[in-house]
Design a protein around this ligand. Structure first.
Ligand code: NAX
Length: 338
């Protein structure tokens, strides 16, 4: 039998945490043959709720779950972890300035970076979910210099999955037949959901989403849909969920976090790419030194950015706009450190 993998979930008493920990304990994240030990961290006001989650994990009698650490101590939580999913953070409350929220998260991510750097297992893989996800991940990277930068990522897979879902709904095809959408940039409304490389699997082979409708009038309509409504629907989907549920996305966020780690660890299928927020190396003329969402493939536990995709003029502008927003966020985060 395999040795258990230790998985940290911060903010584990929150709503995403509540959806995520049972998925991990069932093998959704790391595979049905991979035992896990869950490490759950939250803050003292949530300690009782966190203990309640631990009780439910015991009650569910998950065969793969070999242990649970539930704690408000970051060092205890980070010790020996192989995977860290950072869901805890400071939410933006009504009337709060962006800078105040940034400053709270910068201090959280700075101190958790140190705890991970000192106590996590070597080669620990980190996924930041908490917003502002890209910039929290960048702060974590800056303050955990001994963790390889390739190991620090943020979640844009939910946006990626939302894009797949929208195409499937609009074209009345199964979501499992759609692939290779791309989320570029920030996990915010400046993100660019790109369908130019997306395909739908049909009995006659893979067809580009953009060519699926041959008829010109329809094609124009599809163009409008893809460049207009589709982009804004994906960008604004989080707000639409809040409006409908009176709570933000949780099950879809948890499921997408599992997809992100699973593909990273176990690899992406041949011919399929997914979106991950990763440390930019300057690919596609995105400024180096930002955590930016790119199309990636994964193999042997490492991601690599898909190279050489043609970028049209419309897309270029969108890639640059979201990069600019990330540079501004980075500057704001640094101003909070000063
Ligand atoms: P909740 O408010 O339900 O849960 C957050 C939990 O984090 C709480 O239990 C809180 O006590 C805990 N926490 C706060 N500070 C902490 C700290 N310093 N250490 C450890 N735990 C701490 O929020 P939830 O709906 O679960 O969302 C969590 C985060 O995910 C938010 O920042 C949210 O904006 C972000 N999201 C990111 C998404 C993405 O795709 N990247 C999508 C979903 C989600 O909106």
């Amino acid at each position: 039998a395999k040795d258990p993998v230790r998985v940290l979930v911060t903010g584990a008493a929150g709503q995403i945490g509540y959806a995520l920990v049972p998925m991990i304990a069932r093998g959704v994240m790391l595979g049905a043959d991979q035992p896990v030990i869950l490490h759950m961290l939250d803050i003292p006001p949530a300690a009782e709720a966190l203990n309640g989650v631990k009780m439910e994990l015991v009650d569910a009698a998950f065969p793969l779950l070999k242990g649970v650490v539930a704690t408000t101590d970051a060092v205890e939580a980070c010790t020996g972890v192989n995977v860290a999913v950072m869901v805890g953070g400071f939410p933006r409350k009504e009337g709060m300035e962006r800078k105040d929220v940034m400053s709270k998260n910068v201090s959280i991510y700075k101190s958790q970076a140190s705890a991970l750097e000192k106590h996590a297992a070597p080669n620990c893989k980190v996924l930041v979910v908490a917003n502002p996800a890209n910039t929290n991940a960048l702060i974590l990277k800056e303050f955990a210099p001994s963790i390889p930068e390739k190991n620090i990522t943020c979640l844009t897979r939910l946006d990626h999955n939302r894009a797949l879902g929208q195409i499937s709904e609009r074209l009345s095809v199964q979501v499992s037949d759609v692939k290779n959408v791309i989320i570029w940039g920030n996990h915010s409304s400046s993100q660019y959901p790109d369908v130019n490389h997306a395909t739908v699997s049909t009995p006659a082979g893979d067809k580009p989403v953009r060519e699926l409708v041959a008829d010109d009038a329809w094609y124009n309509e599809l163009e409008t849909l893809l460049n207009g409504e589709f982009i804004s629907t994906v960008q604004q989907r989080g707000a639409a969920i809040i409006k409908a549920r009176k709570l933000s996305s949780a099950l879809s966020a948890a499921s997408s976090a599992c997809d992100h780690i699973r593909d990273w660890v176990l690899g992406t299928p041949e011919g399929t790419f997914v979106s991950m927020g990763v440390y930019s190396d300057g690919s596609y003329n995105v400024p180096a030194g930002l955590i930016y969402s790119f199309p990636v493939t994964c193999k042997n536990g490492e991601w690599s950015i898909v190279q050489g995709l043609p970028i049209d003029e419309f897309s270029r502008k969108k890639l640059d706009l979201t990069a600019e927003e990330l540079s501004e966020e980075k500057a704001l985060a640094y101003s909070c450190l000063a």
